[in-house]
Design a protein around this ligand. Structure first.
Ligand code: 3AM
Length: 181
């Protein structure tokens, strides 16, 4: 059975992606997420069959949800003592995220119950950090702690396929869904 590795996410305006990419590149460590890949993941669906994907697509097309006003504010490390990534926290997408998790369940794609912490991943780190790197990271977080972008509206979300390659994931937009009303 052929499956597609998929996720649902809010795309970000070009100017926002530029600002975030500059921020990620200001940190002299880790792998910055390529500017074109910057997004806010709402639901990671993992490997999905074409039938389930088709059902989900129909459900999402029928779904009504208003535009999302996003605020990106505050840098945070995810992954505990040995952080896997640095992200900027995002507020405003919780209601939409809940709707999408329900839509996925109704389409036969049950998702693990996890508290949603909206964020945009900016940088990924290797499993083992070199000595001193964590201190450097701490200093960077301190200096950028007040990072806050002006709120902006997002008028659609998208279903993405994530194609894994040794050099990193390539994202393909499979469908877009308007947020209106
Ligand atoms: O945009 P972020 O970084 O929050 O980390 C992956 C990325 O999220 C996440 O799906 C998004 C698009 O690739 N992801 C990848 N594998 C995952 C997994 N097994 C996962 N999320 C949860 N479980």
């Amino acid at each position: 059975m052929v499956c597609v590795r998929c996720f649902l996410a809010l795309p970000l305006p070009e100017a926002t992606r530029e600002t975030l990419a500059d921020l990620a590149h200001a940190l002299p460590m880790g792998r910055p997420v390529p500017e074109e890949n910057l997004h806010l993941t709402l639901a990671f669906l993992d490997e999905v069959t074409h039938d389930d994907l088709e059902r989900l697509h129909e459900g999402l097309e029928a779904m009504c949800a208003p535009p999302v006003t996003l605020t990106l504010s505050g840098l945070e490390l995810f992954g505990g003592k040995s952080p896997a990534l640095m992200a900027i926290l995002a507020s405003g997408a919780d209601a939409l995220q809940g709707k999408l998790v329900r839509a996925a369940g109704q389409a036969g794609i049950p998702l693990p119950r996890r508290r949603f912490r909206g964020h945009v991943t900016l940088t990924r780190f290797p499993r083992r950090m070199e000595p001193g790197q964590l201190d450097k990271l701490g200093l960077f977080l301190q200096s950028e702690a007040a990072t806050r972008l002006p709120p902006f509206e997002v008028g659609h979300f998208a279903l993405y396929a994530s194609h894994l390659h040794p050099e990193g994931a390539r994202h393909e937009v499979l469908a877009q869904y308007p947020l209106e009303g």
